[in-house]
Design a protein around this ligand. Sequence first.
Ligand SMILES: Cc1cc2nc3c(=O)[nH]c(=O)nc-3n(C[C@H](O)[C@H](O)[C@H](O)COP(=O)(O)O)c2cc1C
Length: 305
Amino acid sequence: MKPDLRVTIAGMEFANPLMTASGCCGYGEELAEVFPLSRLGALVTKSITLKPRLGHPPPRTAETASGMLNAIGLANVGIDAFITDKLPFLEKQKTRVIVNVAGSSASEYIEVCRRLNDCPRVDMVELNVSCPNVDEGGIEIGTDPLQTEKIVADVRKVFKRPIIAKMTPNVTDVGIVARAAEAGGADAISLINTLTGTSIDVNTWRPRLTYNRGGLSGPAIKPVALAMVDRVYNCTRLPLIGIGGITTADDVVEFMLVGATAVQIGTALFVQPDAPVRIAKDLTAYLREKKLHSVTELIGKVRKY
Ligand SMILES: Cc1cc2nc3c(=O)[nH]c(=O)nc-3n(C[C@H](O)[C@H](O)[C@H](O)COP(=O)(O)O)c2cc1C
């Protein structure tokens, strides 16, 4: 019998635990040319803000050892164009749709989520309170437990479907911020967003990004992400979505063993856009080999010393 890849988060069933990570496949149109989006558990959109944003000037990405730096600056079409131009395409896809929301103030998050509440095919929102690449909003909310709790509680009042709070790793203890999100009424936690980093060109003596610093992602951050998922699994009761450097089925298994119910795949999509399809196939083979009937049998089963 084929192992069961379905997982449930906040009472909602997903075909498998593999989601795309925000910012790594836009609004899904290009990815749908590579494989049917029904192969994903969910598509997570690029962060949406109230007004359209151009983001930072190029260069805004740079390759690093086992990873990449980016300072895109939340370039996106804004909520109005998202609803009229991008959402109709996503509504036709046979996958769950999670819209990542960002803002520079509480009222911006609330207004974007209020409008998304009127879009029934938006299954969940993911609150990006963790973006390191903007001057206001994002990370300074996500590093402050009180602001995190308040934003989640405010959005809770206007958005009637599940809310995911996305954590920044750029804190001393991610468990404290995750607990604050839980207290605010979050239904799930996703982690991690990128780690602040930079890279300098030794010939020009200039940083490789016009924003001077950026967010580090890719395999380089996987051990950090795993430790943070482990930490949050042990201090909240919420379902977790692991993110950070996932490129193989073994990576997914590691994240699930330390407590993730699902995972998101980000930087790997730039290297191999159909990575989720390969990973799902390999995950099925892994479960068969281990004689497991369901992927959920992995969740939190790490055998610690
Ligand atoms: C180019 C790029 C753009 C990103 N844009 C966003 C974004 O708009 N919102 C967000 O919450 N995270 C964004 N992220 C962070 C990813 O969603 C993810 O948390 C991070 O890259 C770690 O996962 P990975 O190592 O699999 O890439 C972006 C990452 C990259 C590489």
